[in-house]
Design a protein around this ligand. Structure first.
Ligand SMILES: [Zn+2]
Length: 109
């Protein structure tokens, strides 16, 4: 239970935290990016970092990627959003890159 045993674990944890921070920044930039090419590139790099470090990304980041073509979907730019029936708290998002449609469950208030 000494620090010698815990040290490598902590270091890995720190590296992962930094990697996740970088992923968040890249995704954030990609969403705000005006150029679709640059947005795609930033989103791709973010995904590569996440896979490299085997990060378990939070839902708000994972849901930005199309489950089919794995490209980033920015609402209002390359996705089409349709509200479901009023009693279902879900929207249907269409990826305009590959046409894949998926449902996003809106968080209950
Ligand atoms: Zn897609």
């Amino acid at each position: 239970m000494g620090p010698a045993i815990h040290e490598p674990v902590k270091k890995t944890q720190r590296v992962k935290e930094l990697a996740e921070e970088r992923v968040r920044l890249l995704v954030d930039h990609a969403i705000k990016e005006q150029s679709p090419e640059r947005a795609d590139r930033q989103a791709r790099v973010a995904r590569e970092i996440a896979m490299h470090f085997r990060l378990r990304l939070p839902y708000e980041i994972r849901q930005l990627y199309c489950k089919k073509c794995k490209q980033i979907i920015v609402p209002g730019r390359n996705s089409r959003i349709r509200m479901g029936r009023s009693n279902t708290k879900a929207v249907r998002i269409t990826c305009l890159k590959c046409g894949h449609v998926y449902r996003k469950i809106l968080s209950a208030q």
